[in-house]
Design a protein around this ligand. Structure first.
Ligand code: NAD
Ligand code: UDX
Length: 463
């Protein structure tokens, strides 16, 4: 089947960049990205590409090239579904906040709404692609909804999880380690797989396109995220032991990473992992394992989350203890709020939890992040519902200038590894702070010897 029209439901961190790259690489395919969120679509359509809603290095140029040519952003969901041969579902699948599985299971209400809408609108055969990260066997539920519409349309459901990481989304999409496509073993299923393989083949080598059954594909995505997060929790566990024993976690990570069986990536000790995926997907995995009665499997993976929560708490506790057991009314400056560098995304950022713990101790938090607004910082804290918005506002303020943010502070905490932090005039910052001047480097980005030479009391993770 020659694919000429694709639609993607969900114009978020995955749908937006993924479809922009497909449109750039497949000029013969019309790609329409739809979303219910009118403000988000308006931002994607903003005449000035600097205002697109997602910050990703290189994304603005790709959008500028393809938008209006074969890439469109729209709120007309039904029209886009009707016209497309392939429909990607890329809506959010957050952790449930209510009912059965609250705090653990993935909330599939947005997925089900999409399936019902596709079922209602489709007048000809469609390939429906799960791009969102979903619990294993979700395709079964989608199929059941689609097959009971009674209008005789045939649907093929594929699983095509996305492995991009934020901050490097464009490079990850242009040069993926692999593309995974799971589908049915029937003839129609295999044809649908080949149709999607055909789209990716425009820029991805054949040996990097892996096809599997649907369940393997769905479960591989949860497994990949669990393994990645596990490495961070493992090195973070070692960071605490390093601090007690005089070992240096950076040296340990380098030493073990040179073992080709272990490899050097994802061994950076930190204040704890954040982001919209790791915690949500592991909790979901734990929930699925428990639902099959696999309690040991569930406990094993849950430990990755327990360790991560511990690491975030440990960081705020260290700050309080080091500042003579009280941070009440002390100005503590956060450099960074995003969950990692090169993104404006703050979902599950360690900064939110560290700030919440310090505000509980009545600290005054000043925040500087090159890509995150004060509105977002306050909204993240309000979302925790620890205190009222007015109380959060009284304790937390954002600054546009990092030097102003640090002026008069008792301590600086580095929460995100933005490159610019390494370039600051740290002597100037030191001179403007209360003494002793403390730096808690939650990302191990600064040079310890240089910071100490300036006069800082410098605390890193794991040394
Ligand atoms: P997001 O919240 O940024 O975007 C989802 C979008 O879907 C929102 O704009 C929302 O308005 C829209 N939406 C929800 N229901 C809709 C409906 N019925 N009709 C139209 N639009 C609807 O989420 P995201 O970060 O892009 O994640 C999407 C999925 O991709 C999730 O399942 C996530 O686990 C997975 N994923 C995310 C990443 C990542 O780095 N963010 C990476 C890989 C996979
Ligand atoms: C992750 C997966 O990497 C990606 O494949 C998947 O598609 C979505 O989830 P993302 O959350 O965007 O991507 O970023 P990632 O680079 O994985 O970082 C997640 C968190 O772990 C960040 O807070 C990061 O700072 C932290 N991290 C990462 C560490 O603390 N140490 C490391 O060594 C690596």
């Amino acid at each position: 089947m020659k694919i000429t029209k694709i639609c993607c439901i969900g114009a978020g961190y995955v749908g937006g960049p993924t479809m922009a790259v497909i449109a750039q690489k497949c000029p013969d395919i019309q790609v329409t990205v739809v979303d219910l969120n009118e403000a988000r679509i308006a931002a994607w359509n903003d005449a000035d590409v600097a205002n697109i809603p997602i910050y990703e290095p290189g994304l603005d140029a790709i959008v500028a090239e393809a938008r209006g040519r074969n890439l469109f952003f729209s709120t007309e969901v039904e029209k886009a579904i009707d016209e497309a041969q392939i429909i990607f579902i890329s809506v959010n699948t957050p952790t449930k906040t209510y009912g059965k599985g609250k705090g653990m299971a993935a909330d599939l209400k947005y997925i089900e709404l999409c399936a019902r809408q596709i079922a209602r609108v489709a007048k000809d055969n469609k390939i429906v692609v799960e791009k969102s990260t979903l619990p294993v066997r979700t395709a079964e539920a989608i199929k059941s909804i689609l097959d009971h519409t009674g209008n005789g349309v045939q649907f093929q459901i594929l699983s095509n999880p996305e492995f991009l990481a934020e901050g490097t989304a464009v490079q990850d999409l242009l040069h993926p380690d692999r593309i995974l496509i799971g589908g049915d073993s029937s003839e129609e299923g295999q044809k649908a797989i080949q149709a999607l393989v055909g789209v990716y083949s425009n820029w991805v080598a054949a040996d990097k396109i892996l096809t599997t059954n649907v369940w393997s594909s769905e479960l591989s995505k949860l497994t990949a995220n669990a393994f990645l997060a596990q490495r961070i929790s493992s090195i973070n566990a070692m960071s605490e032991l390093c601090e007690k024993t005089g070992a240096d976690v950076n040296e340990v990570a380098k030493a073990i990473g040179m073992d080709s069986r272990i490899g050097p990536k994802f061994l950076k000790a930190s204040v704890g992992f954040g982001g919209s995926c790791f915690q949500k997907d592991i909790l979901n995995l734990v929930y699925i394992a428990k639902s099959y009665g696999l309690n040991e499997v569930a406990d094993y993976w849950e430990q990755v989350i327990i360790m991560n929560d511990h690491q975030k708490r440990r960081f705020s506790n260290t700050i309080v203890q080091t500042l003579y057991n009280t941070v009440a009314d002390k100005k503590i400056t956060f450099l960074g709020w995003a969950f990692k560098k090169d993104t404006n995304d703050t979902r599950e950022s360690a900064a939110i939890y560290v700030a919440d713990a310090l505000v509980n101790e009545q600290a005054q938090i000043a925040v500087y992040d090159p890509k995150v607004s004060e509105k977002k910082v306050l909204a993240d804290l309000d979302y925790l519902e620890t205190r009222t918005s007015a109380q959060n506002k009284a304790c937390v303020a954002s600054f546009e200038d990092p030097y102003l943010a640090c002026k008069g502070a008792h301590a600086i905490a580095i929460l995100t590894e933005w490159d610019e932090f390494k370039e600051y005039d740290w002597k100037k910052i030191y001179d403007s702070m209360q003494k002793p001047a403390f730096v808690f480097d939650g990302r191990n980005v600064l040079n310890a010897a240089e910071m100490k030479a300036i006069g800082f009391v410098y605390h890193a993770i794991g040394s």
